[in-house]
Ligand binder design. Structure first.
Ligand SMILES: C[S@@+](CC[C@H](N)C(=O)[O-])C[C@H]1O[C@@H](n2cnc3c(N)ncnc32)[C@H](O)[C@@H]1O
Length: 266
C-alpha cells in the first residue's frame, strides 16, 4: 500500500488548524539530532526550513549558530519567535515556504519541513541554492514504510483525495528518492527512531487527531457524516498494531530518515 499525501498538508492555514505545538514538543530530540549532524560551531550560519515552532533553529542558536528560521505558517513562526525572545536568542526569520527562501548559509536543515513542499524537486533545489559551497544540508523525514506513514494511510480514508499528481511527503524519507533529488551531490543517511508514549490507544488516537491540522480541518464534515469516531478507532488500531510496550500502554517507534548532503567547495 502506498502512503498518500495529506491533501492539505501544504496549506499553511491547515498547519495552524490543530495543536501542532503539542506534537512539536514530542519531536525536540529529532531537532537536536539534526543539529548535531549539522556540526554547527560558534558563528556557523544556519537556515532551518519549515522551522514550525522552532525546535531546530533554537537548538542551533543555543549552540552558537547564527540561525535563521523559515516557515510559511505565520501562527507557527510566531510561536518560534516568542520562544526565541523568551530565551533571548538572536534568531533571524523568513516567513517563507521552501521555494521562496533567500540567502546563503553554511548549514541548511529541515526537520519534517521541506517534505511538505508541494514540489519536491523545487524544494530540493532551493535547499541546495541556499547552501553555501562547502556547506551541509541535513534533512529528517518520516520513512514511507514507518509508523507515521501507517497513521497517514489510516487517516487518508477519511480525507478528500489528494490533488492529482500529489507527491507523498514520505518520499523524502526514501534514500533512493533523495539521491535522485540531490544528484549529483552525494547523500548519506541513517534510519533513526523517535519514540512516542501514551497511556492507552484511545489517548494516543485523541492526541494524533488533536494535533493534526489536516484532520482538524475536516472535523465538522466527519462529525456530520458520523465518521469522526471511526477515524479515532482506526488510528487507535494502528497504535495497537505497532505497540511494543507489551502492556496496555502505548510505546511506538516512528522511523525517520536522517540524510546528510555535503556541498563541495566548487
Ligand atoms: C511537521 S511540521 C515541522 C515543524 C518543525 N520543523 C518541527 O520539527 O516541529 C511541518 C512544517 O512545515 C511547514 N511547511 C509547510 N509547507 C511548507 C513548504 N512548502 N516549505 C517549507 N515548509 C513548509 C509547516 O508550516 C510546518 O511548520
Amino acid at each position: 500500500m502506498t502512503d498518500t499525501p495529506p491533501p492539505s498538508a501544504t496549506s499553511t492555514s491547515t498547519w495552524a488548524a490543530g495543536d501542532y505545538p503539542a506534537m512539536a514538543r514530542r519531536l525536540t530530540a529529532v531537532a537536536d539530532r539534526v543539529v548535531t549532524a549539522a556540526e554547527v560551531a560558534d558563528g556557523t550560519t544556519l537556515l532551518d526550513v519549515g522551522c514550525g515552532t522552532g525546535n531546530a533553529v533554537l537548538a542551533a542558536a543555543r549552540r552558537g549558530a547564527l540561525a535563521t528560521g523559515a516557515d510559511p505558517t505565520p501562527e507557527l513562526l510566531g510561536l518560534a519567535v516568542e520562544r526565541a525572545r523568551a530565551e533571548q536568542l538572536p534568531i533571524a526569520w523568513q516567513p517563507a515556504a521552501a521555494d521562496g527562501l533567500r540567502g546563503s548559509y553554511d548549514r541548511v536543515v529541515t526537520v519534517f519541513g521541506a517534505m511538505y513542499a508541494p514540489d519536491a524537486r523545487r524544494a530540493a533545489d532551493a535547499l541546495v541554492r541556499c547552501c553555501a559551497p562547502g556547506g551541509r544540508i541535513v534533512s529528517a523525514a518520516w520513512t514511507p514504510d514507518g509508523f507515521m506513514a501507517a497513521t497517514n494511510r489510516a487517516a487518508s480514508r477519511y480525507l478528500p483525495p489528494p490533488p492529482p499528481g500529489g507527491q507523498p511527503p514520505t518520499r523524502w524519507g526514501d534514500l533512493d528518492v533523495l539521491r535522485a533529488l540531490f544528484a549529483p551531490l552525494a547523500v548519506s543517511a541513517t534510519v533513526e527512531q523517535v519514540r512516542f508514549e501514551f497511556p492507552s490507544p484511545v489517548a494516543a488516537a485523541e492526541f494524533w487527531v488533536r494535533t493534526a491540522g489536516h484532520l482538524q480541518a475536516e472535523r465538522a464534515r466527519l462529525i456530520a457524516d458520523g465518521s469522526w469516531t471511526a477515524l479515532h478507532h482506526d488510528l487507535a488500531a494502528v497504535f495497537t498494531e505497532w505497540n511494543r510496550s507489551g502492556g496496555a500502554d502505548i510505546v511506538v517507534e516512528a522511523a525517520y530518515l536522517l540524510a546528510v548532503v555535503d556541498r563541495p567547495l566548487n
